[in-house]
Design a protein. Sequence first.
Length: 413
Amino acid sequence: ASNLRPVAIAHDYLTQRGGAERVVLALLEAFPGAPIYTSVYDREGTFPEFRDVEIHTMFLNHLKPLRTRHRLLFAALAPAFSRLRVPAEVTVSSSSGWAHGIAAAGRKVVYCYNPARWLYQPDQYLGKHPGLAGLTVKALGSGLRRWDRRQAATAHRYLAVSTAVRARIAATYGIDAEVVPPPPHMTWSHDAEPVPDIEPGYFLCVSRLLPYKHVDQVIEAFHMLPTESLVVVGTGPLAAQLGRKAGSRTKLISHVNDSQLRWLYQHCAGLVAASHEDFGLTPLEAAAFGKPSATLAWGGFLDTVRPGLTGVMFDRPEAIAIADAIRDLKRRSWDSATLQAHARAYSLPRFIERLRAIVREELREFRSADQAVDTRRSTPAASAIGSAIRAPAEPRSQRDKGPRATRPRPGAS
């Protein structure tokens, strides 16, 4: 009998409260009881829902300071993930650059947010002051890119969060990925908790405070809009710098719970996002509450915003362009029913249904190939030479040379 679990989930690191971590929670709803394999886990830094989940971390997790500064791990993550064997018949790797590198015992399905930004878009990801992470990428970038492409080739299936990411996967790896958009987490389905000292009617920006998110330009835009107020929700290395830039009508909030974030969506005038996003999640969350968005015309936002119906777009992540877009949004009228219908097209049930169908297909491939191996092993010829020659692995794609698994449990479904 095999010791393999039917399904496991791999993720880069569980150290923050971001869109990728929301997707992992959605994967857990699709596959209840699936274990998670990751590099480091910061119990306090990420969502509390992970506390009841079976989580397997690497030796790196013992270096406690690194749980909150995962960029310092860059040099160690490639070899660490390469050595991480996940004992499951199908592993779903939730990856923005590392988890696709795991050594899956069975089939590997990569859910890709983007080919690693720090390798292929380092200036955008690391900003003008890249620090130690930038020095690491500069020194090891060539080798890491070779590792990245080699590990991508071990996947049996690639999924992309958006059409823009699908194009980047094709350009970077030569792989044709299926687009499976992640679901918005924020909906009307739960209670809302008021946030103290916030008056309704503000514009909302929900973002990690990183250079490629361009929150500084959003704040600067609101200096040009003296009658408008802005609430920024997020944490990140630019927090102190942005706090100094904020005017009297801009409030930065580092942490809110889900009920409070729901309240912020309910009572805002609209969402603003100037980031280079691989998937435009926050406009869908705003739409779920009947709120329009002003977003950068780039990447994932091109999938999730319908200009004139669910929001407006600006061409450059610059303060003047953002301010003009806010004025345009304010001049228009918006239909909340249209906005909410748009958000429902990206619902959690649809996401779960497609992921389960994909995993069922991969389970059938794994089990049928392994059954064929088992049949060959049972023949007299195979018995005679079994001690000298290992049974051949199951057929794989031309690009896939990953490790194979042991036989599945009899009667497993």
